[in-house]
Design a protein around this ligand. Structure first.
Ligand code: NI
Length: 175
């Protein structure tokens, strides 16, 4: 089931999310909803708080279909960056909660991430390039952090004002 995506600013996007301690069927079905919502958007990553669920759960798939890569849907419960490279990388980031706004963000180029998979199994993997950026961006969401928080205050305020306007327009359309 596709879920509505919250648009910044929203207090739920600023919260530190709670760890998942028991992998219930409910959480597994939530992770299916997140993948469906992410692919439909379309996007390459989605964090649970973006659909209003304040639990440490993210979904991502950065496979490049244009390069002929097969889809690689990943859902991660309690994901954690356990090591990161000194080498850094700049990517132009965007966010499904901040539509049509993009900005360069610098982050570690390579990260090791640990997480629980849908079967409750502990996994660890090294991510590089776009995957590394995406997984760090999504984990940030679980700590109430958005990519615009890396920007200079003026730029951040400008984007936030645009989003406030967008939300008003959407609310009017609904009314
Ligand atoms: Ni995002």
């Amino acid at each position: 089931m596709k879920r509505p995506i919250l648009i910044h600013p929203d207090p739920r996007l600023k919260k530190v999310c709670a760890p998942v301690d028991d992998l219930s069927d409910e959480l597994r079905s939530l992770s299916d909803d997140m993948l469906e919502t992410m692919y439909a958007a379309p996007g390459i990553g989605l964090a649970a708080p973006q659909i209003g669920v304040l639990s440490r759960l993210i979904a991502l798939d950065c496979a490049k279909k244009d390069d002929g890569d097969d889809p690689r849907p990943l859902v991660m419960f309690n994901p954690q960056v356990v090591a990161s490279s000194d080498e850094r990388n700049v990517y132009e980031e965007g966010c499904l909660s901040i539509p049509d706004q993009y900005a360069d963000v610098e982050r570690p180029k390579v990260v090791d991430v640990e997480w629980l998979d849908r079967d409750g199994k502990l996994r660890r993997e090294t991510f590089d390039g776009l995957w590394a950026t995406c997984v760090q961006h999504e984990i940030d969401h679980l700590d109430g952090k958005l990519f615009i928080d890396y920007l200079k205050p003026l730029r951040r305020q400008m984007i936030t004002r645009k989003m406030v306007k967008l939300k008003k327009e959407r609310a009017r359309e609904k009314a």
